[in-house]
Design a protein around this ligand. Structure first.
Ligand SMILES: Cc1cc2nc3c(=O)[nH]c(=O)nc-3n(C[C@H](O)[C@H](O)[C@H](O)COP(=O)(O)O)c2cc1C
Length: 253
């Protein structure tokens, strides 16, 4: 499956079923993760077969986190804090970009995924961190039922209470734009974003495109990296500079 098809297919999945993951698939995902870690200087780790982060057993009663169930496998996105102990926006953006690559690869393999920035038990995550490191987000992945359980359809609808945005809501332009820009935006409007806020604004003039968030919340920088990847896939190539407001180098003719 190509990445455009994976974008069409992807929806956040919160209910996982207890089927062991195919070893070949996990190996492929692990290899991709290691490549991104090495080449982009990000820190993404893979945890398999752990139930703690999404429902810790306390005296036999399970804490339930955000209507997730059956999550056993997840990626941990680790970020280094800056000198003042704050999050690093550029690192979050890169984690967004490369984390979403893993999401789309897993989707193409037929697995379900969900970005999880908040609704998990941070204390229970299987991860050893240095003093200047923090868990920035998790991405749950695994086998899901073919048909979405009703409870999940309801969560999906509730989260989409804010109508998903259209291209005109996310693209500023002063006239006609080239077709590859529209193709890029078609994939942007389908990107996951924290609380479905879709905060990234693209600006296009002639064949110059840039992407920006207001940058008030850390999660917006994940959304920025994710949206940039979707744009690149939709545009059929090209390359982004990282950074808030950075420009896109268009695909070769
Ligand atoms: C950075 C980020 C953090 C997210 N955190 C959570 C979360 O903590 N809990 C949750 O249930 N969904 C979370 N989501 C999933 C979004 O709610 C979801 O992507 C959005 O509602 C759009 O729905 P879709 O992914 O099905 O298109 C997160 C998504 C992103 C990109």
């Amino acid at each position: 499956m190509d990445m455009k098809k994976a974008i069409e297919k992807r929806r956040s999945k919160r209910k996982y079923i207890d089927i062991p993951l195919d070893e070949e698939m996990t190996l492929m995902l692990r290899r991709s993760m290691e490549t991104y870690n090495r080449e982009a200087g990000v820190d993404i780790r893979m945890v398999l077969g752990d139930e703690g982060a999404f429902g810790t057993a306390i005296g036999g009663i399970k804490k339930s986190y955000g209507l997730f169930s059956g999550v056993k496998n997840y990626f941990i996105l680790v970020s280094k804090l800056n000198r003042e102990g704050h999050f690093d926006p550029l690192m979050y953006e890169k984690l967004g970009y490369y984390g979403e690559k893993l999401v789309l690869e897993a989707t193409a393999m037929g697995l379900g995924t969900c970005w999880v920035g908040g609704t998990y038990d941070k204390e229970a995550v299987v991860c050893s961190l240095q003093r200047d490191e923090e868990i920035a987000s998790l991405i749950a992945f695994g086998a899901t039922a073919d048909k979405m359980p009703i409870s999940e359809q309801i969560v999906g609808k509730a989260i989409h209470y804010r109508r998903s945005k259209e291209i005109k809501d996310m693209l500023r332009t002063s006239g006609d734009v080239e077709n590859w820009i529209i193709e890029g935006m078609r994939c942007v409007v389908k990107a996951p974003s924290a609380m479905n806020m879709q905060p990234v604004i693209f600006t296009a003039s002639d064949d110059m495109v840039s992407a920006k968030v207001r940058g008030k919340r850390a999660m917006e920088f994940f959304d920025l990296g994710i949206a940039k990847l979707h744009f690149e896939i939709g545009a059929g190539g090209g390359k982004w500079d990282f950074g808030n407001g950075a420009v896109f180098q268009p695909p070769e003719e």
